[in-house]
Every structure is written in structure tokens, then in C-alpha cells.
Design a protein around this ligand. Sequence first.
Ligand code: CU
Length: 467
Amino acid sequence: MRGIRGWIGVVVLCAGMLPIVAGAKVSGEERAVLTSPPAVPPPIARKHATKLIVELEVRERVGQISDGVEYTFWTFGGTVPGSFIRVRTGDEIEFHLRNHPDNKVPHNIDLHAVTGPGGGATSSFTPPGHETVFSFKALNPGLYVYHCATAPVGMHIANGMYGLILVEPEGGFPAVDREYYVMQGDFYTRGGNGDPGLQPFSMEKALREDADYVVFNGSVGSLTEGGALQARVGERVRLYVGNGGPNLVSSFHVIGEIFDTVYVEAGDAENHNVQTTLVPAGGAAIVEFVVDVPGTFILVDHSIFRAFNKGALGMMKVSGPEDKVVYSGKQDQRIYLPEGGAVQKMPGRGANAPKAESAAERVAMGKVVYETNCVACHQADGAGIPGAFPPVAKSDFLEGDIDRTIDVVLNGLEGPLTVNGVSYNNVMPSLGLSDEQVANVLSYVMNSWGNPGGDVTPEQVAKRRKK
Ligand code: CU
């Protein structure tokens, strides 16, 4: 990148003051303040470039990637993503990379902010128990990814070896009320998503780019509930968003917000009024927005199965007074009658369905009902979708009162529910099935996937419907 700010390398007229000739000697020496995500070091107050000492330690450590699932992360500074580094254009950085003696393998660092072979990687190969030092000058302002580049590079990155380094332009960025550090990464485990225990890295899945987890800040739920980002109504928020990959591009979006400003690809180009910004693997973006109303705003990769099924979901909790003009909340809910003013009784969807002649035929017909109405949520194998829709295979809910199950299919269900010891909180609609269809589909479910068997009749369903 050598945009407008990059040309500061020649001569800069700083708001009408004396010209500053680039390449002027830096003055002083400082030690960089590094922070763990989602914190960002304070803006750089000094008005001159300096010699800046950065010390970063690699730690290989077991941590939680999801509830009950552990992973051996390789980290810069003990966290995924690694420590946030903040420097200023013109700074001469003396970089110390330390590889803790307890670690098992050598590492190095490639900073995209470096102009030079390997971005520093060729000078920083560091076996466990060693420290290497190299220096570089921050020539170009911007937000840059850094990562390990030791072979096999993909594996080192997949294990969490990436982070961000911000090179502030001379004069800095405009002041904002809050700054946060959010970085996406994709993970590949031997077991599937949610399989418990310590999960080793799967090279096979990484090669296929078939991620089990796609997360912000190193684990599922790192930015939800207690870890949620915070802001107050009226504040301007700046997010430094990175994507470590190793494979996937992020469609970064905050549900219920519009980015007032995006520094596209974290370069000089500013875009405004953006809903979703692409963050390439090995790239970054800076997004800014003012929070106008209170509530919980959800950060996602809008490749949406990643958000709701693989972990790429965070939260920003905004507190403060409502503004009912900007957002009213639900104002009314009423019956919608497209055919006119009178309440109409619509015929059930299965009013003309044929009658099953035997229990076996009922199960066969029920399979068709299931595949038409139930399969999207409860899945073809009855396993449901973890965290969203409960299983109907080997479900302890079905072992209970059959009338309760009939009621759910007839009337739908809303709110918390526990199945096989796992809680769910979702909405199942009333499907408008006939008595015959309800009997058929329940008979199918009771006789499938290791469920206990049994026969539900249309008469049983009719009785429940009367209630
Ligand atoms: Cu490494």
C-alpha cells in the first residue's frame, strides 16, 4: 500500500505548520504497550517517530475453542488472536520474538507492515528457548495482519498464530469513544463441530477448507454475554477487524448497525454507509459507527451458517436511553386477514390426505409428511441441529406423554425446552396438518432412528385438537 498517506515519505505539510522531512532521525526510545483482544492500546500521543521496542512471546497452550471442546492453540502473546501492536508511521521498531522454552516447535513472524523479505519471517526463525531480534521501519500507515510463517505455514496459522499491528498515520486517527480488536479465524478439528475433549488439528479438513469452527477472537462465545463489547448510546465506536484465515474470507456485518465509515481493506480509501464489508484472509478493515439506540447488536460473518452454526458470532451491548424515532420496538401485533374483515377458518393443509390402512402404511405416509415439513429443522436423521433445533431421534421428550407431543405438532411450541439434558429456546410453528397427517408423522418418528416404536392414531389427535 502506498496511498496518499504513504507519500508522507517525501514531504508533509502538517496543517499549515513547518514541513517535516521524512527520514528525519527518530528521537527517543519507547517500549510498546501490547494488549490482549478485544482491548486496543491507547492512541499514540507523541508527535514524532521514535525507536519502539516490541517484545512478543510465543506460547503453545491448550484452551477452550467451544463448550467442552479443547484445542492446542499456538499463540503470539498467549491469546488468539495475538497481542495488538500499535505503532506510528516512521517508527523504527526493534522486534523481539521469544519462543518459550516449554514450546515444542520453532516459530517466526511475518508482519504485513514490514517492507522486506518475508515481512520479517526470514530474520525471525526462533527455536523453543530462543529469542531473535530484527528491526524495521513502519513506512506505510494502515492496519496489518501478522502471522507465523514457519512450515507448514497453514498449520501454524490454523492453530491461531495471527494478530494485528496498527501503524497510525502521522497525526493519528480522529478520536473516538471506544476502540475494539476483533479478529476472525477458521479452525479444523479431527472430530466434528461440538465433539468434546481435546481435538487435534485436521490437515485433511484444512486442505478441503471444510472448517468445523469459524470464530471471532479464538473461541465460540468469546464476544458474547460476559465477553460482549460495550458501548453507550451516542458513542462513536471503531472496530479494528482482522481475518487470520487460514482459508475463509469474512463478510463482516453488525446486525442492526450501518458502518458510517469503513477504511476499505484497512487502507486509505474511505467508504461510507456500508452494511457488510469483506475482510480477506490475511487482511483487515477498520469500521466506525455511532450507536444511536440501546440493545444487543450482533457481530457476524454474514456467510450465515458460520455465524449461527460454527461460532462466528459476537455481541456489542449498548446501554442508554431509547430513541423511539430511530427505532420504535414492536408497536402492535394484530390478526392479518387478507380475505376481508371476517375471521375465516382455512381448511387444513392435509384435509384431503388419504387414510392409512395399516400401521406400516401410516409410518410410510408419515415419512413423506416428515420430509415435507420437519426435515429442515430436525434433519433427515432426526438429529436436529445443535444449539438450535432439538433431536427427535432417541429423544427423551418423545418417551414422555404422547399427548404432549401431539399438542406440540398441532399447536407449535415457543420458549425454553430441555431435550436429552440440553436446553433449546426456539420457535416451532403450528404446521396446519390434518389429524391423519399428525398421526402419520408421529408414527414415523416413533418408529425411526432407534425410537421406542408405537402407533399414534388420527382419533388420538382429534381428541387433543378438541381441547
Ligand atoms: Cu508458528
